[in-house]
Write a protein of this length. Structure first.
Length: 94
């Protein structure tokens, strides 16, 4: 049985090195005005646009501006986003 916490940390470290940390949302890719990313490469999803929030389980990040482009998050919030989106597939390995 894999150590899911260790595996999660490996994935987050890889993502943070590959994507880098963006405190402020940005157009991704930069030549369009539809898709916005934030944190460690998290593309804001349709349901997040529809509700106006990114749900971090224990807190919520309110999207600000057109498509969330004026939203800012802390690195801890970015890690929580990563955990929320990576954790389910990782735990399904156990």
């Amino acid at each position: 049985m894999p150590d899911t916490e260790n595996l999660y940390n490996i994935i987050v470290n890889l993502l943070s090195k590959e994507e880098g940390y963006a405190k402020k949302a940005y157009w991704d890719p930069g030549n369009q005005k539809d898709t916005v990313s934030i944190g460690y490469g998290h593309q804001i999803k349709k349901d997040e646009y529809n509700t106006g929030i990114i749900n971090l389980q224990d807190e919520k990040v309110t999207l600000i501006g057109s498509r969330g482009i004026d939203t800012t998050i802390t690195s801890d919030q970015a890690k929580k986003i990563g955990r929320a989106h990576v954790w389910t597939p990782v735990t399904s390995l156990s």
